[in-house]
Design a protein around this ligand. Sequence first.
Ligand code: TXA
Ligand code: MG
Length: 342
Amino acid sequence: MINITTKLLSATVDGIAEAGRLLGEGKTVIIPTETVYGLAANALDADAVAKIFAAKGRPQDNPLIVHVASLAQAESLVSGTLPENARLLAASFWPGPLTMILPRSSLVPASTAGGLDTVAIRMPAHPVALAVIEAAGVPLAAPSANRSGSPSPTTATHCVDDMSGRVSAVLDGGDCSVGVESTVVTLCTGPPRLLRPGAVTLEQLAAVLGAVEVDKGVTEHLDDSVRVSSPGMKYKHYSPTAQVILLAGDSERYCDYCNNSLAEGDCAVCFDEELSRLAVTAIGYGNSNDHDAQAARLFSLLRELDSKGYSRAFVHAPATDGVGLAVYNRLIRAAGFDLRRL
Ligand code: TXA
Ligand code: MG
């Protein structure tokens, strides 16, 4: 059992220096990023990386994202020269919520990459995250700082709730502005392929790269016999204890369904403009056309379902354009792929 004293650090010059010092000693520190909080350790130190897997209860074959503060640092992690596609994406979206999968150099321990010969790299936009990477002086492996299976943390309080006693420190950088994890695109297969949608949208990637394929696992359930491109996609994710049911249909059908079918202990998770038309317990998660707001609220909302003790949540499915694809992708997993068309 892990039982470490967890320090609480603030995002001051001293707090950032302390985080850098702990990381330099091979310890784990939870850091803010613009997407979600990350559970960081020195990506180049297999012993430090082992502490991440232990703290999260993460399967060893699920690789970690390595966070860098400069393009030169990214290049050192990649075998051979950086492909042209990667340069173009970096110029357009870094620093920011985009992770690229590239061939792994020998500098990166196999355990960081879950045993794969590729490595996931991202340059985060959060100034505190960049400052911590610089203070540590090494690239930082950092998965989302939740316990494996639960919703990703978007506030320092979520991190303390999940990880107190399991990491050396939590650095509080306030609420994460994006709210869903980065877009993951692989450049290691033929045409570039989207493995996980995020705030850098499919449309934006296609504008830079031309054609981009979408992995089947983005919207569909992959059974165990299918070889997944991104190991993280096969694990149950983002699930609150409450049963989540995703309902697809127009506003009128959704409101009628909820008003007629919800029982004691149920909750409607609707678009804000639908709140006034629902006669049952309801929580809004942003306007139907405001995918950024939906993304920013999503994970707090999933945690709130449990803290309020609901047994079932009937969520109105978002449209899948733009950032909506990322919101839909997280919700369909939270729902264990229980999507009902009205
Ligand atoms: O926004 C984010 O990406 C956050 C913050 C902390 O940066 N991090 C994050 O990490 O979401 P994590 O570990 O929760 O999700 C990483 C995903 C997993 O689905 C993993 O399987 C996939 O990226 N991944 C990592 N390395 C990979 C690789 N070499 N090939 C394919 N998929 C990879
Ligand atoms: Mg995660």
